[in-house]
Design a protein around this ligand. Sequence first.
Ligand code: ADP
Ligand code: MG
Length: 611
Amino acid sequence: MSTIRLLPSHLVDQIAAGEVVERPASALKELVENSLDAEATKIIINLDDGGLGGISVVDNGFGMNKDALLLAVKRHATSKLPDANLSQVKSYGFRGEALPSIASVSDFEISSKAHMMEHGWQIRIEHGSISSPIPVAIATGTTVTVRGIFEKIPARRKFLKTQRTEAGKCLEVVRQLAMTKPKVSFKLNETGKNLINLPARTDDYSGIRERLSDVMGSGFAKEALMLDANKDTTSLTGLIGLPTMNRPTTQHMSIFVNQRSVRDKQLVGVVRAAYGDTLPRGRYPVAVLFISVALEDVDVNVHPAKSEVRFSDPRVIRSLIVGAIQSALRGNSALATSEGGTNLFNRLSLRTPSTKTASIHSTYYPKKNVIDTGDALETQNSTFKDVSTEDMFNGVSPRARTNDENDYSKIEGQKDFLESRLGAARAQYHKNYIISETHEGIIIVDQHAAHERLVMEKMKSELSSKTIKTQMLLLPEIITLLPHHLEAVIHHFETLRQLGLIIEAFGNDSVIVRETPALLGEVDAQKLVNDIAEELVGLSNSTSLEDKISYVLATIACHSSIRSGRILSVAEMNQLLREMEITPNSGQCNHGRPTYISLSLSDIERLFGRR
Ligand code: ADP
Ligand code: MG
């Protein structure tokens, strides 16, 4: 039998490091958190090879004296729990593990000078052996340099990814921390190249917005909706993107609990759920949420890297999030992100046909306007179709074109709607796209998408007042379905009935449709039922009935008779625009795509090289 003995301390540190330091980015997180805990206002980070080669963090925090420095690199030594109470953690750190853990898997050097001290002290740790402190001349603050993480532990080194991936993770760490600390300036250089440069901001509302704009992009910060809600000692603030600014992953959602960035699947799910049917399935919003709870109501000690927390009452948090997001969206749901306009702009500037203009756009247009749309390059390669004047007017509603000496208000005796948010309808192209004019520019509306949403919202309100009107089919339609589709439809007869679709079983492989929702007008019942069946089969068992209803409703609304391909008069177009302005959620169709995009006059001028 082998003897039991205590592990040597350098092994204990390495084992702990496995939990705390997974990769360069996790070491960096610990180091920057230490700088923030030390009240630094300026933090400079240098990475070599995405952190694989080395990391250094320089801060101007309160620093340490010689004794503190010697203790700092010892296990379980912390200055952050003065009353030794784990339920009162105000700082990022509290475990006293990070420095010894990092030092145990790297070549480590720390220099620090406390305020009022004549000079600082430096310690090196190599292979777990601590050098005695030597004096160094540095400014007040602390500098930590880490080289060759995991170099001596090939098994762990193997799991690290490429320099680019690791650098990306480091950037993300700094972006997250920077969001909660607007007053601190951050600079990050990677192998000599500056990648992050965030000036200090104020920590009031406008400063936070500026910082989020620096970190998330001004497009987001400008149009994002503000959250501000509280209940008892819990509060929620933050910015959330419009539904049409949606993304395929949860990566663009940042949630902070008492300033700590947390990755909590449940909270992410709650935020997603609050957006409801304004987002397409499988898409996620862009959002930054700051949750603040009383220290005793949250346990931060449930995860070694402190990226998860546990609430004493998660329900309060959930209802606060859902309530705040829904009320913000309700007030602004008819808006669509201007990302659509920006994307359009990017494409148009890429499509600019002749070589002459191509050189103009490379000199005149700032580069960022021609990158970043994922499929922009694809568009670039597609052949530009030269449009003759004649072609251009094909598909335009003839009535819309009757232009009475530039006085649009004379057309069909229409009031001019330039002042309205979606502007005055001017023309319709390809039987589906309404072009309207506002004081600031032009708006292009996808009439089909918009109409779908209007029908959906009407049906929702009819549904909630239980007044869904149906129309009886003169000839009930018999529809044969695939066995699994048939089963799903039969299973949901009652739900469908509530939505105005009266269906019964017919024989053993068919259903018979007797009534359809009146709002849809004349429908292709066969196609409608097939689409619904497919939708129902695609929904998982765990989807709530409420969600099922809204997905099915979206599918039904899709079948409304005024789909693309209908020529509208100017009056009808304006009516559609006015309805969109007052209909909730009308900024996006039932699949979460924008219903309109806007191009500002200045964008248009830039397209023509006038600016
Ligand atoms: P923790 O942050 O959990 O206390 P660490 O191992 O990260 O544990 O740090 C140990 C101690 O070293 C901290 O409690 C703090 O007193 C000191 N320390 C670490 N980094 C800094 C820094 N950048 N500035 C000032 N003090 C620091
Ligand atoms: Mg720490």
